[in-house]
Design a protein. Structure first.
Length: 160
C-alpha cells in the first residue's frame, strides 16, 4: 500500500464508541471533539474541512459505513496520520447511495494527497470483505480488527 500501514494508523487513531448525533454534522462534531489530535491542528478547522467535503459529496459508501475526510490534507507532513474508527450511538442518514443509515465511520486524517487516497481505498476495499464487515457490525475489539487488517495488508503486499 504505502509507507505507513493502515493497521498502524488505525491503532494510533483508535476506536470510539457511542458517538452521538442526529445528522452527519453533529456526529462529526462529537467525534472530532473527542480526538486527541496534534495541537497544531485546530479541531474547528478539521471539522469545517470535513463538513466542506461532505457538502461536495456524502462519504457514505453503503452498508452502514461512511469514510469522512477532508478534501485536502489538514495536518503538516511531519504530523502523525490518523484513522479513527467510530461506532455511532444511533444510525444516521448520511445520504449514502444505498439509502442505508450509517452506524460506522472511518475518519481519515492524512498529511499528503497520495497517502489520503491510498488509505481511503484500502478502507473501502476492506469494508467489502464479508469477514471484516461482520467484525465491524459486531463492533469487534480494536486488537481483533488490527490483526485482521495486518493480515490483509500482508496479502496485498504479496500481490504487488
Amino acid at each position: 500500500m504505502s509507507k505507513e500501514e493502515l493497521a498502524i494508523i488505525l491503532e494510533r487513531g483508535g476506536v470510539y464508541k457511542n458517538i452521538k448525533g442526529n445528522n452527519p454534522k453533529e456526529v462529526l462534531a462529537d467525534l472530532i471533539g473527542s480526538l486527541p489530535i496534534n495541537p497544531e491542528v485546530s479541531k474547528d478547522s478539521l471539522l469545517q474541512a470535513v463538513l466542506e467535503r461532505e457538502a461536495l459529496m456524502p462519504t457514505g459508501i453503503g452498508r452502514g459505513i461512511a469514510i469522512p475526510h477532508p478534501r485536502n490534507p489538514v495536518i503538516p507532513p511531519e504530523a502523525a496520520q490518523l484513522i479513527v474508527l467510530a461506532f455511532l450511538e444511533n444510525p444516521v442518514d448520511w445520504n449514502s447511495l444505498d439509502g442505508e443509515k450509517v452506524n460506522t465511520l472511518f475518519l481519515v486524517i492524512s498529511s499528503s494527497p497520495a497517502e489520503h487516497l491510498q488509505k481511503i481505498s484500502g478502507i473501502n476495499f476492506l469494508c467489502r470483505d464479508e469477514n471484516f464487515y461482520r467484525m465491524l457490525m459486531e463492533r469487534s475489539s480494536l486488537d481483533k480488527l488490527l490483526s485482521y487488517i495486518s493480515e490483509a495488508e500482508k496479502q496485498w503486499k504479496s500481490l504487488t
